[in-house]
Design a protein. Sequence first.
Length: 87
Amino acid sequence: MRPRVSWMNQTDDYILEILDESDLILSPSIIAVNLDYTRNWVSKRLGKLREAGLVERLNEGHYRITEKGREYLAGEIEADELEPSDG
């Protein structure tokens, strides 16, 4: 298992993986259904991932993985290099 920074959790990896594997633009609701989490929890995690530059919000409520997110999943960026913009 990859080392994780204090603000990240296992849900974050799952969200990034589903966005990467599907290569689709998804809403928090769709991600939540597929991962068996609540929409509210997924929305909170997407906010943190967006602050760290791992996902981008295309319009209100739709997200996709960024190149930085793909690099993180591929192990090209270490977890301790990631910081959400609000600290």
